[in-house]
Ligand binder design. Structure first.
Ligand SMILES: C[S@@+](CC[C@H](N)C(=O)[O-])C[C@H]1O[C@@H](n2cnc3c(N)ncnc32)[C@H](O)[C@@H]1O
Length: 265
């Protein structure tokens, strides 16, 4: 069920444009996430990073460019997007086909040492609060002391009175940068369904989604609720480090040694 390099490139490039519709200042947000990772892995010879809900490897590829010495594991449940990532960004990461939060997903990652950072973009909003809590607990157990979880996503506003204002600021930014005019999610998948090279992968995707009843929706968990769940899961410190409209980078830090110990690797 592989795809050619040319096909993977076409769909990944089109994916990158489509996602700008959903993430205000997406490229800057990737950069901010990498800045946080840089701080967390300073001095490490071979940091271990995990990308949750990697899609076609968008964040993993950017991290691989910035940290060529890192080992990156990228996890997702979508066979189409995983195959596009495996083909187009083959060297960026080791891609793992698994359902985050489901039974056995941690074992599927095949990790042999503590994580230095877990990262994610535009993905954790799919998870319900109980699944998020379970996932955060698992990640807290996997991260080394001082390790970080860095989540860039869109979050509903915590203060209802400001929700319209937050949305307006994001919308305006999106208009200025052209994000609002990008192709939408539905149109990308409808177009992909016309590509004969993706037919088998799309059949597999339909089969999986029927099995896992993946909502594909937005669970509307606020930054405050995420922070509460992260603290309950064992993270010592939680703070947003960047925001534009509803687009936010939320960072959670494990307790223990705050600085990376340069013995890793
Ligand atoms: C909107 S895409 C974002 C992909 C990529 N991180 C990016 O920024 O372009 C969300 C991704 O999360 C994945 N995802 C959602 N829930 C998941 C779960 N429970 N387990 C694994 N992957 C999941 C989807 O399959 C999809 O690839």
């Amino acid at each position: 069920m592989g795809v050619s390099m040319a096909t993977a490139r076409t769909w990944v490039e089109r994916w990158e444009c489509q996602q700008e519709r959903y993430a205000v200042d997406r490229e800057e947000r990737f950069t901010v996430i990498a800045d946080v990772v840089e701080h967390a892995v300073k001095g490490l010879t071979r940091p271990l990073l995990l990308d949750l809900g990697c899609g076609p490897g968008s964040l993993a590829a950017r991290l691989a460019d910035r940290f060529p010495h890192a080992e990156i594991v990228a996890a997702d449940m979508d066979p189409v997007l995983l195959e596009l990532g495996r083909t187009h960004h083959a060297d960026a990461a080791r891609y793992v086909d698994t359902v985050i939060g489901a039974e056995g997903w941690i074992g599927a990652l095949g990790l042999d040492r503590p994580l230095d950072a877990a990262v994610s973009t535009t993905a954790l909003h799919y998870l319900s609060e109980p699944v998020l809590l379970r996932t955060y607990r698992s990640l807290a157990a996997l991260l080394r002391p001082g390790g970080v979880l860095v989540n860039g996503d869109h979050f509903p506003p915590d203060v209802a009175a400001c929700s319209e204002l937050t949305a307006h600021v994001g919308r305006r930014r999106s208009e200025r940068t052209g994000g609002h005019a990008r192709e939408d999610w539905r149109s990308w998948w409808d177009a992909a369904a016309q590509d004969p090279e993706l037919a088998d992968l799309l059949d597999e995707r339909r089969r999986r989604y029927a099995l896992h009843a993946c909502s594909g929706g937005d669970e509307q968990v606020t930054v405050c609720r995420h922070a509460a769940l992260l603290r309950r899961a064992g993270f010592a410190h939680v703070a947003p480090v960047w925001q534009f409209g509803d687009s936010t980078v939320l960072v959670a830090v494990m307790g223990g040694t705050a600085e990376a110990t340069p013995t890793n690797g």
